[in-house]
Design a protein around this ligand. Structure first.
Ligand SMILES: C[S@@+](CC[C@H](N)C(=O)[O-])C[C@H]1O[C@@H](n2cnc3c(N)ncnc32)[C@H](O)[C@@H]1O
Length: 886
C-alpha cells in the first residue's frame, strides 16, 4: 500500500484537524460521509454523480475537496514512480475486505477521484473483489492507464496517513473487519449496529437506500453523519435489545470522549504543542504573580453578609457600622431589648463629587455691567466726535473678549489716545494674606438678646413704607420717590419691575455676591502700613454704586455697654456703629465692611437704606467712580468726646483734618427758603393790603350785593394762600404778613407730610405726579424738616441748643478704636449724635442724655438730595433745631 509523504500526511492532518484515535469518528462526522456518500453513490449509481448532489454542507464540501485534491496529487506522484508489483486478486481482495469503515471511506474517495478521471474509474470497476465496484458495462471505455496499473491501484488508509495507524494495527494484520464487532458509539448508535443492520456498508447503504442516488445519499447521511446519528434508529434499538450476543466494551473509547490536555496535545502538531507550552509557561508565571493576593489565598477582605432564620423570619447579620460615622450612644438596659429584624442595607460607595472649577472673569468690565447709555458720560463735543466715527458705535453685542475700560473706554477711543491697563486687574492679592484672627464673617444682620423685641415694639417700625410712581421709561432713576426717600424698590413698592428698575442696589449686591468670584465681589482685605487692615477694590465701581453691606449683630445700647466693659475691654479696635432705633451694629462678628478705614477725602459713603421695610447699612461709591486697586474709605465723622480719645488721622489727603474727628460744622442757613420767605412776605403784605382795601370797599358795596361775588372769586385762587390771607385779615398788615410767611412754610410741610401719607397708603392713586412731588420736596426739605421738628416737639425745641443743623449722616455712629482706651472703672458707652458739649448735655430724642466718655464718630457727607430727605424720616438721631426764621 502506498503511503503518503510526511508532508502530505501532515497536511492531511491539519486539514482534518481531528483526534488521532477518534479520527474515524471525527472525520466521518465532519467531512467524510458526504465524500463517502458521493463516492459510494458514484460507485453504486449507474451514471456519474453530479457534483452538486454530493456537497450539501459547505464545510464538508471543502474538506472533501481538500481530500480529493490531496489524493489526486499523491496518485499523480505514484504514477510518476515505477509501479509496485501487481498484487494478486487474492491478495488485494482480503486487503480491501480488511478495511474498516474509514478505509472504505478512503477507498470511496479514491473512487471519486476515479470518477473524475473516467479511465481510472473504468479500471476500478473491473476490480472483482471491490464491493462497490461499478459494473464493467457502466464503466467508460479505458483510454488511460493499462490494466496492470489499475490492479495496483493503491488504497489509502487515512489512519496511517494521519499517523494514527498505530492504534489500528490489529485491523491491518489479518483481522476480518466485517466480522469484528467494533463499537463506536455515536450518539447512542454504533457503526457495528449499522453493520449488523447492513446499512453501514456501502452495500447496505445501497440496499437500504434503494431507489435513486439521491435517496441513497440521504439514507447514508442519516445513518453515518452526526445529523443522522442524532436521531436514533428505533428498529436498530429494538434489535439491539433483542440481540443475544454479548457486546464487547471498548476500552479505548466509551461514551463521550473526555477532553484533557494530554489528549489535546497529542493531536497538535509540533508547532501547536510549542505554542501551548509557551502559553502554559505564561500561565504559570501569572499564577506565581497572583500567589500573594488575598483573592488567590481565599481571604475575604470585604464584610461577609450572612443570613439566618430565626422564628420563621429571615435575619440578616450585618457588620457593625464604622466608628467614624456616628457617635455611639450607650443604650440603657431597658432599651437593649431584643432587636427587631434588620433590613439588609448595602451602602453604596461614596460618590466623589466633581469639583466645579470657578473661573475668574476677564476683562475690565469684570463683575460690572456695561453702561446702557453710551452717551451718558460723554461731553457734547465727544458726542459730536462719536457721530463722525460710526465704527465706534456699539454693535448691540457686548464685547466679552476684550471690553473697553469702564467709564473711560469710549472716551479714550474717541480721543484716539493709548491707554494702559490697570496693573492689578490681573493681579489680585495672592492667597495667604494676613487676616485678623478674631474676625468672624457674617453677611446678614442678626438681632441679639432682646434687641429684636424692642425693635418690633418701636412705633417707627411701621413707618417704613413708600411707593414710587415711576414708569419703565423712568427706570426709577434720580426722580424715583423711593430713591429720594432712600427706600429700595421691590415688587411691593415699585411697578417698574427688576428689568428696568435701577433702584434695587441691595438686590443687585446680593446677586453679585451670590455669584461669587473675586472680581464680582470686588473687594479684598489689605494690610495697610500704618492703619491696620483696610479694604481695597479689585474692580471698578460706578459713582454711587453699592459696594458692600455693613452687617453684624444688632444690639441694644445696654448690651453694647456690657460688651465694651467686659468682652472688648482689652481691645484696641471696636467695630460698633450706631444703626437705628437706639440700636448698634456690632461688626466684630460681621461683614468685611468693618475694615474700611477713615479718610478726610473719602471715595465712599456709608448710607442707611430701607430695604423691604428694614433699615440696612451699606458702603456706596462716592460721586466719582472708583478704579481698581483704590483703597476704599469713608468719613467717620468721628467724635472723640474727650481729648484723650483723639486719634491722629493718617489718611494722607490734602485736606486732612489731622485727627479722627468730626467734620467742621456744615451749618449753612439755606438760601432758597430765605428768598422764598421774602417773596412770600411781600406777597402776604400785598395780599393784606388788597384785603384791607376790599374790606373797605365791601362795606360800601354791601348795599348792592356785589361784595359776596368778588369774595367767592378770590377764594378760588388758592387754598393755602387763602387760608393765610384769611388769617392775615384778622391782624395788622405786618402781623398778617408774618403769619402768611408761616403759613407758606407750613403749607410746604403739609405737602410733604401728605405726600408721605399718600405714599404710605395702599391706594394705587397717587398725587398727580411723583416727579413733581419729588421736586417740591427737594426744594423744600430743609424748611420742612425744621418746621416738622418744631411741630413735633415744641417743648424740646425750646430747650434745645440753638442753631445746630442735623445731618443725614448723623444717624451713623462709629465707635472705633481709641488710642487711649477708657480706664478701669469708667463706663464707656455709645452715643450717636452730639458732637459738642452743648449737644451732649442737651436732651435728644432718645431722651437719655447720659454723659458719654467714649470716642464716637459721626460721619457726615456732602450735600445731596438724599441727605436732606433722610432728615425727613423719623429718626432718633435727628436733632431738634430751630427754624432759621423763628
Ligand atoms: C473700624 S476700624 C477700621 C479697620 C482697622 N484698620 C482694623 O485694622 O481693623 C477703625 C480704626 O482703624 C484705624 N483707622 C482707620 N482710619 C484711620 C486713619 N485715617 N488714620 C488713622 N487710623 C485709622 C483707627 O485705629 C480706627 O480706630
Amino acid at each position: 500500500m502506498a503511503t503518503m509523504s510526511p508532508a502530505r500526511a501532515s497536511s492531511a492532518e491539519s486539514s482534518f484537524g481531528g483526534a488521532a484515535d477518534t479520527f474515524s469518528n471525527v472525520a466521518s462526522l465532519s467531512s467524510t460521509p458526504p465524500t463517502t456518500v458521493a463516492d459510494s453513490m458514484s460507485l453504486a449509481s449507474d451514471a456519474s454523480k453530479p457534483e452538486h448532489v454530493v456537497a450539501s454542507d459547505p464545510i464538508e464540501e471543502t474538506v472533501s475537496e481538500t481530500l480529493h485534491q490531496t489524493l489526486q496529487e499523491s496518485i499523480r506522484q505514484q504514477q510518476q514512480q515505477p509501479p509496485p508489483p501487481p498484487p494478486t486478486p487474492t491478495q488485494a481482495a482480503p486487503e480491501l475486505m480488511q478495511m474498516n469503515n474509514v478505509e472504505l471511506v478512503v477507498e470511496a474517495i479514491e473512487v471519486t477521484t476515479a470518477v473524475s478521471a473516467p479511465a481510472e474509474a473504468a479500471e476500478a470497476a473491473e476490480t472483482p473483489a471491490t464491493p462497490n465496484a461499478t459494473s464493467p458495462a457502466d464503466a467508460p471505455s479505458s483510454t488511460g492507464r493499462p490494466r496492470r496499473s489499475r490492479a495496483s491501484l493503491p488504497v489509502y488508509n487515512l489512519a496511517q496517513l494521519t499517523g494514527t495507524a498505530i492504534h489500528g494495527k490489529r485491523r491491518s494484520k489479518g483481522d476480518v473487519v466485517s466480522e469484528r464487532r467494533r463499537r463506536r458509539t455515536i450518539a447512542g448508535d454504533t457503526w457495528a449496529d449499522n453493520n449488523e443492520d447492513g446499512g453501514a456498508s456501502p452495500d447496505g447503504v445501497a440496499k437500504s437506500a434503494g431507489g435513486t442516488a439521491g435517496d441513497r445519499i440521504n439514507a447514508l447521511d442519516s445513518q453515518r453523519s452526526m445529523r443522522g446519528a442524532s436521531t436514533p434508529n428505533s428498529k436498530v434499538s429494538k434489535k439491539r435489545a433483542l440481540s443475544p450476543e454479548p457486546r464487547r466494551i471498548s476500552t479505548r473509547s466509551t461514551g463521550t470522549p473526555v477532553e484533557n490536555l494530554a489528549n489535546k496535545l497529542t493531536t497538535l502538531g509540533k508547532r501547536g504543542r510549542k505554542s501551548v507550552d509557551k502559553g502554559l509557561s505564561r500561565v504559570a508565571l501569572e499564577i506565581k504573580r497572583l500567589q500573594d493576593t488575598n483573592e488567590f489565598a481565599g481571604i475575604d477582605t470585604k464584610p461577609v453578609l450572612y443570613t439566618t432564620w430565626a422564628k420563621g423570619k429571615l435575619v440578616t447579620h450585618t457588620d457593625p457600622e464604622p466608628a467614624t460615622k456616628k457617635r455611639k450612644v450607650p443604650e440603657s438596659p431597658k432599651k437593649a431589648a431584643p432587636t427587631k429584624a434588620e433590613t439588609p442595607v448595602e451602602e453604596a460607595p461614596p460618590m466623589k463629587q466633581r469639583r466645579i472649577k470657578k473661573w475668574l472673569e476677564h476683562g475690565l468690565y469684570s463683575g460690572q455691567e456695561a453702561p446702557m447709555d453710551i452717551y451718558k458720560s460723554l461731553t457734547p463735543t465727544e458726542r459730536k466726535s462719536l457721530a463722525d466715527m460710526p465704527e465706534l458705535m456699539p454693535s448691540g453685542k457686548p464685547n466679552g473678549t476684550l471690553p473697553q475700560p469702564i467709564f473711560n473706554g469710549l472716551r479714550l477711543l474717541i480721543r484716539g489716545r493709548d491707554f494702559k491697563l490697570p496693573y492689578d486687574i490681573c493681579n489680585p492679592l495672592p492667597p495667604g494674606q494676613p487676616k485678623p484672627d478674631e474676625w468672624r464673617k457674617m453677611t446678614r444682620n442678626r438681632f441679639v438678646g432682646n434687641a429684636s423685641a424692642i425693635w418690633k415694639k418701636n412705633p417707627h417700625f411701621n413707618d417704613y413704607q413708600s411707593k414710587c410712581v415711576c414708569t419703565p421709561e423712568d427706570g426709577c432713576a434720580e426722580s424715583c420717590q423711593n430713591r429720594i426717600m432712600l427706600y429700595e424698590c421691590d415688587q411691593t413698592n415699585c411697578n417698574v419691575g427688576p428689568a428696568h428698575c435701577q433702584n434695587r442696589a441691595f438686590a443687585r449686591l446680593q446677586e453679585r455676591t451670590k455669584a461669587g468670584g473675586k472680581y464680582r465681589v470686588g473687594v479684598e482685605v489689605i494690610k495697610t502700613e500704618d492703619r491696620g487692615y483696610g479694604i481695597r477694590s479689585n474692580r471698578c465701581f460706578e459713582p454711587n454704586q453699592i459696594i458692600m453691606e455693613y452687617t453684624g449683630e444688632i444690639i441694644t445700647e445696654e448690651e453694647c455697654d456690657r460688651r465694651m466693659n467686659e468682652k472688648y475691654k482689652e481691645n484696641q479696635c471696636y467695630y460698633l456703629m450706631s444703626f437705628d432705633q437706639n440700636m448698634i451694629i456690632d461688626a466684630t462678628t460681621g461683614s468685611i465692611a468693618r475694615f474700611v478705614n477713615h479718610s478726610c477725602t473719602p471715595n465712599c459713603r456709608m448710607i442707611k437704606w430701607i430695604v423691604s421695610g428694614q433699615p440696612r447699612m451699606a458702603l456706596f461709591a462716592g460721586d466719582r467712580a472708583i478704579m481698581t486697586g483704590e483703597e476704599l474709605t469713608y468719613d467717620y465723622n468721628f467724635d472723640p468726646f474727650s481729648a484723650k480719645n483723639v486719634q491722629k488721622c493718617l489718611c494722607g489727603s490734602a485736606n486732612c483734618r489731622g485727627v479722627l474727628g468730626p467734620k467742621s460744622k456744615e451749618v449753612k442757613p439755606p438760601k432758597a427758603p430765605k428768598e422764598d420767605l421774602k417773596k412770600s412776605i411781600k406777597a402776604g403784605v400785598k395780599a393784606g393790603k388788597r384785603k384791607l382795601k376790599e374790606l373797605i370797599r365791601d362795606k360800601g358795596d354791601d348795599e348792592d350785593g356785589t361784595a359776596a361775588k368778588r369774595r367767592k372769586i378770590k377764594k378760588a385762587t388758592g387754598a393755602a394762600a387763602g387760608k393765610g390771607l384769611t388769617r392775615a385779615l384778622s391782624t395788622a398788615s405786618l402781623k398778617a404778613a408774618k403769619n402768611a410767611a408761616k403759613v407758606v412754610k407750613r403749607s410746604v410741610s403739609t405737602i410733604s407730610v401728605n405726600a408721605k401719607a399718600t405714599l404710605g397708603s395702599k391706594s394705587p392713586k397717587l398725587p398727580a405726579s411723583g416727579r413733581k412731588l419729588a421736586s417740591i420736596k427737594r426744594k423744600s426739605t430743609v424748611v420742612k424738616t425744621y418746621s416738622k421738628k418744631i411741630s413735633m416737639t415744641p417743648k424740646k425745641a425750646a430747650t434745645s441748643p440753638p442753631k445746630q443743623l442735623s445731618s443725614r449722616k448723623s444717624s451713623l455712629t462709629i465707635v472705633a478704636a481709641s488710642t487711649a482706651r477708657p480706664g478701669k472703672g469708667s463706663s464707656p458707652s455709645v452715643k450717636s449724635t452730639p458732637s459738642t458739649k452743648e449737644a451732649k448735655d442737651a436732651p435728644t430724642s432718645r431722651g437719655r442724655g447720659r454723659p458719654r466718655k467714649h470716642a464716637i464718630a459721626s460721619p457726615a457727607s456732602g450735600p445731596t438730595p438724599r441727605k436732606a430727605l433722610d432728615i425727613a424720616r423719623p429718626s432718633h438721631d435727628i436733632r431738634i433745631v430751630e427754624s432759621p426764621t423763628a
